[in-house]
Design a protein around this ligand. Structure first.
Ligand code: GLN
Length: 195
């Protein structure tokens, strides 16, 4: 059974564990650098990115994750995507810089603070992940304001990218772990299998 690390210092890591279980993968809770050993990929969940960042820096995980990311794929969702971005605004904060994207926190404003959208996926997504609409749960979500030339947009919503891929990494501004649709997690598992 493929082991997928899930950062478990704060946020909705348990929902990711259930999503992985539905796909026959084994979640491994990551709380220390040693927990990364044996994991084929890593998920950075949603939550509060400032709190997560502080815990990563205190526990030595910040550098350990950067090292892991140089070899293995990562999926960041919502706060996890914020941690992976190169540039973070509103307010600015340090990040892992794994994806050449600029991301603005809590960017949907009051009315759309939390919402569920049904996305009509482009071919870039369906050819890899399979056909059919994608339910996307947004919770105090960020918006990706700039995508570098090496990043590919796999899903969009209201004209903004919401699932981006760059090399071995994926980042979503929504919460695929809160829907039964396993396609986004399946993309990570496919990448974890690419050696
Ligand atoms: N608003 C959070 C942040 O800025 C992210 C919200 C989430 O992960 N659902 O870190």
């Amino acid at each position: 059974m493929v082991k997928i690390g899930v950062l478990a210092v704060q946020g909705d890591f348990e929902a990711h564990g259930r999503a992985l279980g539905r796909l026959g993968a084994e979640p491994v809770w990551v709380r220390t650098p040693a927990d990364l050993e044996g994991a084929s990929a890593l998920i950075l969940p949603g939550g509060e990115s400032t709190t997560m960042l502080k815990l990563l820096e205190e526990g030595g995980l910040f550098e350990a994750i950067r090292g892991f990311a140089a070899r293995r794929p990562l999926l960041g969702t919502c706060a996890g995507a914020i941690l992976m971005a190169r540039e973070v605004s509103r307010p600015a904060q340090r990040s892992l810089g794994l994806l050449d994207i600029a991301i603005e926190r809590n960017a949907y404003g009051r009315q759309l603070d939390s919402h569920i959208a049904t996305l009509d996926p482009p071919e870039a997504f369906t050819t890899r992940a399979g056909p059919g609409p994608v339910e996307a749960v947004f919770i105090r979500a960020p918006i990706i304001r700039r995508v570098g030339s090496e990043a590919v947009v796999l899903l969009g919503h209201r004209g903004d990218p919401v699932l981006v891929e760059q090399g071995r990494h994926l980042a979503a501004t929504f919460h695929p772990e809160l829907s039964d649709d396993g396609r986004v997690h399946r993309l990570l598992l496919d990448k974890a299998g690419e050696r």
